[in-house]
Ligand binder design. Structure first.
Ligand SMILES: NC(=O)c1ccc[n+]([C@@H]2O[C@H](COP(=O)([O-])OP(=O)(O)OC[C@H]3O[C@@H](n4cnc5c(N)ncnc54)[C@H](OP(=O)(O)O)[C@@H]3O)[C@@H](O)[C@H]2O)c1
Length: 209
């Protein structure tokens, strides 16, 4: 398959790119700082550009079988660049007839299926206080994905950590863990993008044990 990856230079995005290439997929990596990618492979095409550039977002998406967005807000950013970029990605996908989108968010973006989890609720409350800007961006991103009309999956992330991939569990708040290994997340995102796993769902993805 041909997979377009946005946020390809992040800790998660780089793992997604490597995992996709290792599985034999063609990868188109969109990156604002392509020099950070550090991957060279005959099946990899890199588009170094801004998320605000409609033409390059469209180039990245054209001909893809699926799109993975590992984009996430940074603490000091202004505005909602990830949400706006996601809206551009969605528009480009709809224009190009590409219908599978797998993106990341956090439990800050609620889901109707969510139950009660006091520890997760405390984290969400803290984010609301200490990172209102990134929170707004996550909410805008989640809205863009949910209203896309595409076959979307929104992987909501707890605390990320390093280490080897391990099995994950997926489910609403109340049935999830608080930690997720980045390599396991990359494997989940790739699996979802290349299958019908969790279509039209926004599970919290966490390490199984
Ligand atoms: N750390 C945690 O425990 C945790 C928990 C839950 C959720 N998250 C979220 O998960 C996301 C992914 O994790 P990560 O460790 O891979 O983060 P990361 O290394 O910061 O990667 C974020 C990616 O988004 C890109 N990006 C950010 N702002 C952008 C903009 N305005 N235009 C274009 N690209 C932009 C970055 O590009 P550059 O490489 O050019 O900066 C990078 O590729 C994080 O951003 C965070 O929001 C983190």
């Amino acid at each position: 398959m041909r997979i377009a990856v946005f946020g390809s230079t992040g800790a998660v995005g780089r793992l997604v790119v490597r995992a996709a290439l290792a599985e034999g997929h063609e990868v188109v990596a969109h990156a604002r700082s392509p020099q950070k990618l550090g991957v060279h492979h005959p099946a990899l095409r890199v588009i170094g550009s801004s998320l605000t550039d409609d033409v390059d977002v469209a180039r990245a998406v054209a001909g893809a079988d699926a799109v993975i967005s590992a984009l996430g807000p940074s603490p000091l950013q202004r505005g909602t660049p990830i949400g706006e970029g996601t809206e551009r990605i969605v528009a480009a996908m709809r224009h190009a007839g590409v219908d599978r989108l797998v993106a990341i968010a956090t439990p800050t973006a609620p889901d109707p299926a969510d139950g009660r989890d006091l520890r997760m609720a405390a984290i969400v409350r803290t984010v609301r206080i200490v990172a209102p800007g990134p929170r707004r961006d996550v909410l805008r991103t989640a809205d863009a994905v949910r209203s896309s009309g595409l076959r979307w999956t929104l992987a909501r992330l707890p605390m990320l950590r390093g280490g080897d991939a391990r099995p994950v569990r997926t489910g609403p708040v109340g049935e999830s863990g608080l930690l997720l290994t980045r390599a396991a997340l990359a494997a989940y995102l790739l699996d979802a993008a290349t299958s019908d796993r969790d279509v039209h769902a926004a599970p919290v993805v966490s390490d199984a044990g």
